[in-house]
Design a protein around this ligand. Structure first.
Ligand code: NAP
Length: 259
């Protein structure tokens, strides 16, 4: 299936590894030129070189913290006119409801709510003027089903979800669609860090923590960045123009609900 987006230009934030990398890779496989971002320059340059070699697209890299004003300004300047925006950043640390102070919430809100909102605010006017745009926000299954130890994530991502629900309907008439992808557990560094926390808390091995978590997923395994990236590429395709303000769960059936 030709997604009809060859030659488009996409910014994929936080994309040297994991889910962001999966999205960058699948967009590139469909002929999309990329602006890739992460804080660490070495892994970012390596990922960009691998994507250029595999798919022959143009890749611009910006090593910066996307959750800061200066980082976003640098990324947006290098990006220029964009057709596609994929927002992403690292997730907040786990903890207990009683431990989190105002500063912890501000940090989580900055990273996982206010950063994607600032990026959308910056790129939506250009997309609307040109009459075409796709935005995909990487959020979390915690939006549909709370993960108690990730209260900071539950809170910040719920705020972003509310913003997208309204904003997506305000821009859809200009040919710009905004949707969210909600990852359940995927085999990335983030999953290793979450499993390490669970292993320490329960006094079990990392492998056992992973096996126990897999047993809670109907698909019986973790998702892959490749599968996640393919869903992202579809939501960025020509065929996604009638999908507005949706929250697509990619969780192997882990969230037990009818709708
Ligand atoms: P990951 O494998 O740890 O990769 C994170 C990527 O983001 C890396 O390229 C990292 O590079 C970059 N990054 C992190 N913080 C950044 C920042 N402030 N500015 C720019 N780049 C940044 O994580 P992942 O599993 O792909 O997770 C991506 C998002 O999905 C996270 O918000 C996570 O909470 C959420 N999520 C993941 C899962 C899962 O199972 N994997 C499930 C639910 C939700 P640098 O460190 O070099 O910056």
């Amino acid at each position: 299936m030709d997604l009809g987006i060859a030659g488009k230009r996409a910014l994929v934030c936080a994309s040297s590894k994991g889910l962001g990398r999966g999205c960058a890779e699948m967009l590139a496989a469909n002929g999309v030129n990329l602006v890739m971002n992460a804080r660490g320059a070495e892994a970012l340059e390596q990922a960009a070189a691998e994507i250029r070699a595999a798919h022959g697209v143009e890749v611009t890299t910006v090593a910066a913290d996307i959750t800061t004003d200066a980082g976003r300004a640098a990324v947006l300047e290098a990006a220029g006119a964009l057709d596609i925006l994929v927002t992403n950043a690292g997730g907040p640390p786990p903890g207990l409801w009683s431990d989190w102070e105002r500063e912890d919430f501000i940090k989580a809100l900055d990273a996982n709510m206010l950063t994607p909102i600032a990026l959308m605010k910056a790129v939506l006017p250009g997309m609307m003027e040109r009459g075409w745009g796709r935005v995909v926000n990487i959020t979390s299954q915690s939006v549909k089903s709370p993960i108690p130890v990730l209260g900071l994530s539950n809170s910040a991502r719920a705020g972003l979800t509310g913003y997208v629900a309204g904003t997506s309907r305000q821009v859809a008439g200009s040919g710009v669609v905004i949707n969210n992808l909600l990852p359940g557990i995927h085999a990335t560094d983030r999953a290793i860090s979450l499993d390490t926390g669970a292993a320490e808390a329960q006094g079990i091995s990392l492998e056992e923590a992973k096996t126990r978590r897999e047993a809670t997923i109907p698909a019986g395994r973790y998702g892959t960045a490749e599968e996640f990236g393919a869903a992202c590429a579809f939501l960025c395709s020509q065929y996604a123009g009638f999908i507005v303000g949706q929250n697509l769960l990619l969780d192997g059936g882990a969230v037990n609900s009818t709708l």
